[in-house]
Structure formats: C-alpha cells, structure tokens
Design a protein around this ligand. Structure first.
Ligand code: G1P
Length: 307
C-alpha cells in the first residue's frame, strides 16, 4: 500500500443552517475569511501539506464551489485586457492542475461518515486526509503539514487533529477516550461523537483534521446511524481502533469555529490582523469601536447624576 498521503477529501455537502439567510443560495464554504472563501483556506492548507488531489463531496446548490476551482473566462479576459496582472493572478494562478480537483455529489446529506464514504472509489487503497472547511486553523505552521510530520513517525494509524475544549461543549464534538497521553500526542482507546458532558470520556476534541487509513471505508459501510441520526465518521474510527490505532495530535495553532457566527467573525479579525497594511486599519477601527462601546453608557450616567 502506498503510505504517502496524496489525497484530501473535503466534505462540503452540509446545509449551513446556522448561517441563514446568508447560506440560502450560497454554500457556507464560500463565506469569505478576509478575501478568500473558507474552502480556499482549507485548499491552501492541503497544498502546503503536499496534497496533490482534492476530492470535494458536494451536494445540491454547491456549484459555486466547483466554479471557484475553474476558470472565470469573462472576468479573466477583462482583467487581461485592462492589464490587471495582480487581480488576474488571484483568479487563477493557484488553480489545481486539470484532473486534480474531483467533485462527487452526495445525493443526500446522511452525515459526515457517509460523505467520506462517497470518496471510496477515488481514494482507493491509500491513506488520505479529511479536512472540514468550517474549522479554520491559524498557527505558526499549517495544521495538516504538522500532522503529516507526525504521521511519518506513526504510519498506518488514524491521526486526528485535536484541541482541549470546556467540558460543557462536548455535545458539539467527537471526543477521545484517552488510553495514553504523551503530551502533544495521545492514543485513543475509543471515540464518542457528541457525548453529553456527564458521559464525555475527556475534554480532548476532534477539530476537523484527519489522516485516515482506507480500511475506514469498510467500517463506514457497517456503521449505522449515530448521533443526530447521521452516519458518523467518529463512530467508524472508533470501530476501527481494535485493528488500527487512533491518535490525537494537539497541533500548534488556534482553531476557529467558522460554522457559527461568533467564531466566524473572530476568524475574520484574526486573519485580518495577519495581513500587513490591513492590520493597522482594522486595529484602528476596532479600537474606535471598543472605545465607543466603553463610553456608550456615559450620557445616560451623566443624565442620572445631574438629576
Ligand atoms: C464534525 C465531527 C466532529 C468534530 C467536528 C469538528 O461535527 O462530526 O466529530 O469534532 O466536526 O468541527 P459537526 O461540526 O459537523 O457537527
């Protein structure tokens, strides 16, 4: 079996109900963080990790994602005519080579596990990555590249990007039951999808980054509906622990939950602060806003004191 991780699966079929009405006719993965859609950030992270093939599991109303990874002829020819080289580069210079972006339709939203299973024929018999575009990680080095290094030390395992969460948020994540804790790396004896805090085996949660063995497809086939009535990837990884060890890797960096409004806004601010030129403008505006907030009650207070 080829041990090199060359392929990534992007499950992008989800409905994005937490962002309505923004996501009524637009995929949630196309929401921008500063000037790139979420899926583009994930794509760049995969590229930086040496991934060569990009498998998108899409659904109805997700055509904007396919279009993003294709030429925009009208726009490009116009930019070309008026000599806007930089903008032209933004539209196309990063595009995957023909045949390296593969789009598969998941006809029904039956869960993350089902979405990944839809990629089985394209992935074949080799390890592969899964990235959830909702989870944006800003770190000293791209998260998946960090995971690749760890994977090289532990080939043949299932490796999951993890972070510690407050216990009361366990119902939002796949949680590891930890057998051994080595610091940056933990070995899981089992995994539970979205447990209630009182039964959560730990506070170590999966953060939308996976390197998986192809054996997962067989387990996904046998995995029934789990949490939320959906076929869960976490459940299949859990079933697999008897034959394939599952490790959690505490990556360097901060993960932003762009699947909910506050996390999405936080990610936009954090990314903006990393862009020279934009950073100064945004800081100035933020300071002014915070200042205005701090003094919002002043007039009222003064009026009360004057009585
Ligand atoms: C999915 C996974 C969950 C993981 C989470 C990370 O849940 O099922 O195990 O912890 O992503 O964001 P979702 O957020 O799609 O409900």
């Amino acid at each position: 079996m080829n041990q090199q991780v060359r392929k990534v699966v992007f499950p992008v079929g989800g409905l994005g109900t937490r962002f309505l009405p923004a996501t009524k006719s637009m995929p949630k993965e196309m929401l921008p963080v500063v000037d790139k859609p979420l899926i583009h950030h994930a794509f760049e992270e995969a590229l930086a990790a040496g991934i060569e093939q990009f498998i998108f599991i899409t659904g109805r109303n997700k055509d904007a994602i396919n279009n993003h990874f294709d030429h925009a002829y009208e726009l490009q020819s116009l930019l070309n005519e008026i000599g806007r080289e930089k903008e032209l580069a933004y539209t196309r210079d990063w595009m995957p080579a023909p045949g390296n972006a593969i789009f598969i339709r998941q006809q029904e939203p039956l869960g993350l596990g089902h979405a990944v299973w839809c990629a089985r024929h394209v992935v074949g018999n080799e390890p592969f990555a899964v990235m959830l575009a909702d989870d944006l990680v800003l770190g000293p080095r791209p998260c998946l590249a960090q995971m690749m290094e760890v994977y090289a030390e532990k080939p043949g395992c299932n490796l999951l990007g993890v972070e510690e969460i407050p216990l009361e948020r366990s119902v939002r994540y796949g949680i590891l039951d930890i057998a051994e804790d080595y610091g940056k790396l933990v070995r899981a004896s089992g995994l539970v999808e979205k447990p209630k805090p009182e039964v959560a085996p730990s506070t170590t949660a999966i953060m939308g980054r996976y390197i998986l063995q192809p054996g997962i497809f067989r387990h996904l086939e046998e995995t029934g509906k789990g949490s939320g009535g959906e076929i869960q990837l976490t459940d299949a990884i859990n079933r697999m622990t008897a034959e394939t060890p599952a490790y959690g890797f505490r990556f360097d960096g901060k993960r932003f939950d762009c699947g909910e409004r506050a996390g999405f806004i936080e990610a936009n601010v954090a990314y903006a602060l990393k862009v020279p030129g934009l950073r100064e403008q945004v800081l100035e505006k933020l300071r002014a806003m915070l200042d205005a907030e701090d003094h919002a009650g002043d007039t009222e207070r003064q009026a009360l004191l004057a009585r």
